[in-house]
Design a protein around this ligand. Sequence first.
Ligand code: NDP
Length: 335
Amino acid sequence: AREWHLAARPHGEPTPEDFALVEVEHPDPTEGQVVVRMVAMSVDPYMRGRMRLGPSYAAPWEVGEVMRGGAVGRVVDSRSPDVPVGALVLTDAAWRDVAVLDAREVRQLPATEDLPLTYSLGILGMPGLTAYAGLFRVAAFREGDAVFVSGAAGAVGSAVGQFARLRGAAAVIGSAGSPDKVGWLTGELGFTAAFDYHDGRVKDLLAQAAPDGIDVYFDNVGGEHLDAALGALHVHGRVAICGAISAYNATEAVPGPKNFSSLMIAKRLAVTGLLVSDHTDLHGEFTETVSGWIRSGELTVRETVYEGLENAVPAFLDLLKGANTGKMVVRLAPD
Ligand code: NDP
């Protein structure tokens, strides 16, 4: 079997030298264990946080040890009565092709033959739930709201914008990093307006795209985007702080929004941090609603797929640079 180890903690942008692909013998399963052959693994922005020591909501990866992350796989050997051979499972044990796991470390996936298995890593998995809980609960979205989402062509952002559209937003505005992504947002995804944040000051681009202002800002990016959005929000506007990817490779603290206190007071804003793991109680409602939208064709899902375990690091590094449209996944084996 092969697995990726963290070789070094990066300073700034990670490089291929920070990772090592290692050959290992996996042990035979003992009572209560299963052997899982991974079918696809996820690379996610939060993994940049796991490469560093220091405060983060996810425990750091250890140098010289296997990295972990979400994956779907098939059970190829089982010594557990609960998880049979052939079962499809969700685990957080990838960055490797095969893993021997306790049966309670895997969650069996329901058979959804009509939907791709990789959706469990994206639209029907952690990023989809993040979008759902962040928009509908944390940002308290209401029909008629004008919503701005940054990182709008990514896994979370493309879901947020479409969820808002499907629930009756007055306008959905997105920002993303390329003209192609902007075209996808305003075309296939049905956003009202979108802009490439490289084209000028975010404040000016947002003012053009949302001349009437916004009620909700779903923040995947932080920094200048947050500053601009606070300026564009209406009184009683709401913000879900989901991510701050513009700062994930920063080597020093990043400046916060300007005039934060006076804006908060003048507009009585509600700015709330979001952590997906707080919202697992929504899982049933989320799965039913979102799989319904996918099946009816109302929700567009896109994935960017890299092939092979050896391409997991390129996929991760490219994700941080915006090579993905929709969810970035790494395909390791056929279903
Ligand atoms: P994405 O699919 O959105 O991929 C990351 C994207 O970030 C890239 O495609 C790139 O797109 C964009 N990006 C990279 N650098 C910058 C930059 N300097 N400024 C603006 N955009 C940049 O990832 P996810 O959908 O999985 O995650 C989106 C955000 O949500 C992340 O911040 C992540 O950490 C956060 N998150 C938080 C969770 C929580 O519980 N709080 C759970 C899940 C995700 P582009 O071409 O547009 O630049």
